[in-house]
Design a protein. Structure first.
Length: 295
């Protein structure tokens, strides 16, 4: 199965989907049919998130393995450092490797809700850059490594220049490319890329796209991850927040415009936060896919 950075050698722009491991059996069955539907779009890759803690973490690797085996789509296993010792992380990566998975999204993660005061000790990794270095040290070039980027600065580091320097540490430690947190003002994305270029970070920065389907949900989500809701988004979605259908259709309209603008201005693809649902990502993709150029 291909490493994602190898895909970049022949493709200027890629499109990809993020999924998460469902909590229930029904959710899992639904996900299987969603994966089948998504596979018809022939995405360049799919990624699957890693749980904050508890028993669901193993499911990430089952899903990733299944997507690769049954649908032949390169899949990226998210992996976070929180709650794991370095020894555990080594075993987990060996497991990922034994499943034929060659792509890892190396993340720090956040302490889970039921253990919010967890802090890393000497047997843990503190930052995702340490995880990147560890993967390269123990597994050489076997894995393609992606890392998280924050166009508006990470919620704990609102100094954007500093945050860009921390991103550079991840690239210098061996990461190949970046997938961003979602954002709604493309200027934030292009300014971020320019900020990184200025400090000689030239890795691909793939914008993360969140189609808006619920304004209330968005407000809650952004209060946790620090993304902002620009005034134009408030003006569109606040007045229709109780109208689900209208919110979804305006969300599609906004995302199509956002994606087209990103691609036309040189973004190296799109990574959709699908929330495990075919729609509205499908509708957005159908409207913008003609803009995806192969070399
Ligand atoms: C694309 C994407 C996918 C994600 N997938 C998951 C997932 O699957 N599971 C999950 O639990 N979470 C996921 N997250 C959330 C992520 O775990 C959190 O945003 C987390 O708070 C930061 O992770 P990181 O890997 O960016 O951390 P890091 O890069 O380690 O950064 C963490 C913080 O430390 C600062 N920092 C970094 N290096 C240094 C240093 N040397 N000195 C001082 N400060 C430093 C950074 O500015 C930042 O504030 C994802 C986020 C994104 C954008």
């Amino acid at each position: 199965m291909m490493k994602v950075p190898d895909i970049f050698k022949t493709k200027k722009q890629t499109f990809s989907f993020e999924l998460f491991p469902p909590k229930t059996e029904t959710g899992y069955d639904n996900l299987l049919s969603t994966i089948k539907d998504f596979s018809a779009f022939k995405p360049d890759f799919i990624s699957c998130t890693y749980g904050a803690g508890g028993g669901s973490r193993e499911k990430t690797f089952d899903i990733v393995e299944l997507i690769q085996k049954d649908f032949s789509i390169p899949t990226l296993a998210h992996l976070t450092c929180v709650l794991h010792t370095k020894d555990e992380i080594k075993k987990i990566i060996e497991d990922i490797k034994s499943r034929g998975v060659q792509n890892i999204m190396a993340l720090r993660g956040d302490p889970p809700q039921d253990n919010p005061n967890w802090t890393p000790g000497k047997n843990n990794f503190k930052y995702s850059s340490e995880l990147c270095a560890f993967i390269r040290q123990h597994f050489g070039d076997y894995f393609g490594i992606s890392v998280a980027g924050f166009p508006e600065g990470h919620v704990l580091c609102k100094n954007k220049d500093k945050d860009a320097e921390y991103l550079k540490l991840k690239i210098n430690a061996g990461a190949d490319f970046v997938i961003t947190q979602f954002f709604f003002d493309n200027k934030d994305y292009f300014d971020y890329v320019a900020r990184l270029k200025k400090i000689n970070v030239n890795a691909r920065v793939i914008p993360g796209i969140l189609p808006i389907t619920s304004y209330e949900g968005l407000v809650k989500f952004t209060s946790l991850n620090g993304s902002s809701i620009p005034k134009n988004i408030q003006d569109i979605f606040e007045p229709i927040k109780d109208n689900k259908e209208k919110t979804i259709s305006e969300g599609i309209k906004f995302a199509i415009k956002q994606c087209k603008n990103l691609l036309e201005n040189g973004a190296p693809g799109l990574h959709f936060y699908t929330l495990n649902k075919l729609n509205p990502t499908k509708e957005i993709l159908q409207a913008v896919v003609a803009n995806l150029k192969s070399l």
